[in-house]
Design a protein around this ligand. Structure first.
Ligand SMILES: Nc1nc2c(c(=O)[nH]1)N[C@H]1C(S)=C(S)[C@@H](COP(=O)(O)O)O[C@H]1N2
Ligand SMILES: [Mo]
Length: 257
């Protein structure tokens, strides 16, 4: 191939890649004999890998039928936050509960449980997988996190949603459990702030009155006793700085199943 032809070919290939991705290469012959082809193909692989990852992040977790539900759904980690503030909430049936949503948002606000129940909702029967080696299938109903976020209007620099919980992890009442997810998961179809388990108000042992369900990830990401959502651009200054209580002990931040 003459050098000018090669240049033309390269321009063609660049355009084809830009428009149609790596599929556009199928009709080109003897491309692998050129020295520049492997480099371009390498880049195309990175591009399509990125696209595939996006598709995977949007994919739904498996859902089950009512008959497939586990006979019981156990509790793990905190089974009762046990603080005076939490006891007071339980005592009046969570009438005094407010979900606070603030941080990098245009209009911070609070929701009562009744207001959350009036938000766009979703019900789903999914399998919960804990790293400690147990799984259970249950039905969850809750407000779509996407609807809650739309109401507060995230600022452009917001990248993560941090879930601040009511339960202290130290006996002196400090080190509250917390977790975080990115916007791919926050806007995922199955990501809800659940207030019902198997058709009943969420029991205290499972995170009453509100817990996160983020079905594409492992159990420890599903924050229970959620009191506040904080939108942030980084985890610096929150807990140990790794985006979650267990992450601060060395667990992976992205715990995909
Ligand atoms: N606030 C809070 N959220 C939490 C935990 C916890 O101890 N505190 N434990 C996590 C872990 S490891 C798991 S497996 C699930 C357990 O949920 P369950 O108690 O409803 O079974 O909650 C997760 N969310
Ligand atoms: Mo877990």
């Amino acid at each position: 191939m003459k050098r000018s032809d090669r240049r033309k070919r390269r321009r063609f290939l660049a355009r084809a890649l830009g428009l149609a991705g790596v599929g556009a290469l199928a009709g080109c012959e003897k491309l692998s004999q050129t020295t520049w082809f492997p480099a371009v193909l390498g880049k195309a692989d990175v591009l399509s890998e990125g696209a595939a990852k996006l598709v995977r992040r949007k994919a739904l977790a498996q859902e089950f039928s009512p008959e497939e539900r586990s006979p019981t759904f156990r509790s793990n980690g905190t089974a009762d936050p046990g603080t005076d503030d939490y006891q007071a909430l339980v005592a009046d049936g969570f009438a005094g509960y407010r979900l606070v949503v603030d941080g990098l948002v245009e209009s911070p606000r609070q929701w009562t449980l009744a207001e959350l129940r009036a938000m766009p909702s979703r019900s789903q029967i999914t399998r919960h997988d804990c790293v400690e080696g147990w799984s259970a299938i249950a039905q969850w109903q809750g407000a779509r996190l996407s609807a809650v976020l739309a109401a507060v209007r995230p600022k452009p620099e917001a990248r993560y949603v941090v879930f601040h919980c009511a339960d202290p992890m130290e006996s002196d009442g400090t080190d509250l459990y917390y977790e975080s997810i990115d916007f791919d998961d926050a806007y995922h179809e199955q990501t809800i702030l659940a207030y019902e388990l198997n058709g009943q108000p969420l029991p205290v042992k499972n995170g009453a009155p509100l817990r996160l369900r983020v079905e594409r990830q492992l159990g420890y990401k599903h924050a229970k006793y959620v009191m506040r959502l904080e939108l942030v651009s980084s985890f610096a200054g929150i807990g140990g700085g790794n985006g979650g209580y267990w992450e601060d002990q060395g667990y992976q931040w992205y715990a995909g199943i």
